[in-house]
Design a protein around this ligand. Sequence first.
Ligand code: MCA
Ligand code: AMP
Length: 513
Amino acid sequence: MEARHWREHLPAGSVFRVEDLTARRSLTAAWAEVWGANPSAPLIYDVGAGTEARWVTAGEFEERTRLAAARFVALGLQAGDRVLWSTGSSLDAVVANVGILRAGLVAVPANAAYTSRELGHIVTDVRPAAAVVDHPDRARWVTEAATSPLVVLSVDLQAVGGGGNQPTPATREDGSPRGRTLDASSPEDPALIAYTSGTTGAPKGAVLTHGNILANSESVALTWRWQSDDRLVHALPIFHGHGLCVALYTSLLRGSSVVLLPRFDADAVLDAAAAHRATLFFGVPTMYHRLAASLRVGELSRLRLAVSGSAPLAADLHRRIGELASTAVLERYGMTETLMTISNPYDGDRRPGTVGFGFPGVDVRLDGEEILVRGPTVFAGYFERPAATAEKMDDGWFHTGDLAQLEDGYVAIMGRSSDLIVSGGYNVYPVEVEDILLLHPSVAEVAVTGTPSDEWGEAVTAWVVPDGPPPTREDLAAFTADLLAPYKRPRLLHIVDALPRNAMGKVRRVDLH
Ligand code: MCA
Ligand code: AMP
């Protein structure tokens, strides 16, 4: 059986060609055009840290991001240079990101909860020419890990003092600014390098081009009937594909408006939806779990569309929200390397327990049980790792590692071919956590698995064979505090006499439950 054809997503009577998804060449060029056409339109609601909350218009945002781009150019950065960008959600952070892209630089988003070890790996691997960070500790970690000169900036793009800051000349010898003109990137130029781990080894940078991120926003907007009068409550982290490419970039492309919240909180989301008459909300299943537990869950019904992704939305939770809020949550599927590839339909049946069928322009097929995808959102490859890229790509088809079955042409995700754990929408790689726990003096052997959890989807679980007195969960939490971001630390601990192993001596994680 085949998955349904992506044409079923198209509005009745519409004419669509796959090339249309990249016809505007780059998101930055398309953004500038959209904002220029309606400069007084409200674009981003800045909840303001210490300042008054207010709407920023498209015209003001265009100017601020143009100045941000000029700031990078004045620092001597040149098109193609990489800029690490690791920050929580704020208007300044968004301006910096968009400025990076408009200047033709490559943004490297990194989780703002990473420890110095996790951030240091990315810095060493990607060798950024500049970094934008929102905390002095991160500024120090980046500087310490850098192996080549770099400029460290705060989110408002002021140089952060201290050793290692080495701004490069701002101008050429003839006095003209370096770098190419604004919004001049081609579809094949890299726009983002997003770090994501394999099952073994350290995180790799997925290179997403301007064409990839433009095609993603165009197809998401088309499929979900996104209009300029839509208004999104944005409570996702901005350093992952979901919060950045799907939520933020697509809003900016449509010229619709965003209420940017600093973090997720069920009441804050529902308050913002009411106060600003929002039409859209995007979340991970853990957020829907918390919304469903709220007495105010019925308020979700005021939205035009609520979308879930990044991890499986339990069919039961989907149905419960349907009953409590008369809202059929639209579940979709994607990955850092491919952006959005599969979606339930906007018009038509949104089936609980399934992610739907290919976005317009994305071909989907099953190889055995594994999902393969092909289309204009599939990345250019892993940064400086051709062998790792070749392992995942086969004649344009990307091997997702996710396993699925087809139900009446809808893709139902059944699991993964790897041991990846998805907790609250964040990926956790057992090997990375095991390697860190093994450094603890009371841990002789360890295996890490995901335990099914209503709230988190999967809860990171450590199975420890102790060396001497067994460690407690608190011991391990304290030990990992400087080594693992909080979401990777074990929430459950089992002390065991031995780990199940196969004939080769390899731990059989599947037998641990
Ligand atoms: C926070 N904690 C977690 C997680 N998040 N533990 C496990 N898994 C998590 N995901 C820890 C906190 O550090 C804290 O630890 C404790 O849990 C409770 O914190 P709480 O305040 O309740 O949590 P929170 O800050 O409200 O965070 C929950 C969250 C967050 C809002 C669901 O995890 C989140 O924003 N997730 C979204 C991730 C995401 O955007 N993924 C997209 C990637 P302690 O008690 O020790 O202090 S995938 C992607 O982008 C692709 C393209 C796609 O398909 O979308
Ligand atoms: P990341 O590499 O962080 O982008 O995470 C991508 C992974 O998240 C995919 O390979 C899937 O395992 C998982 N994922 C994303 N969306 C869904 C979904 N709707 N249902 C199940 N898994 C999902």
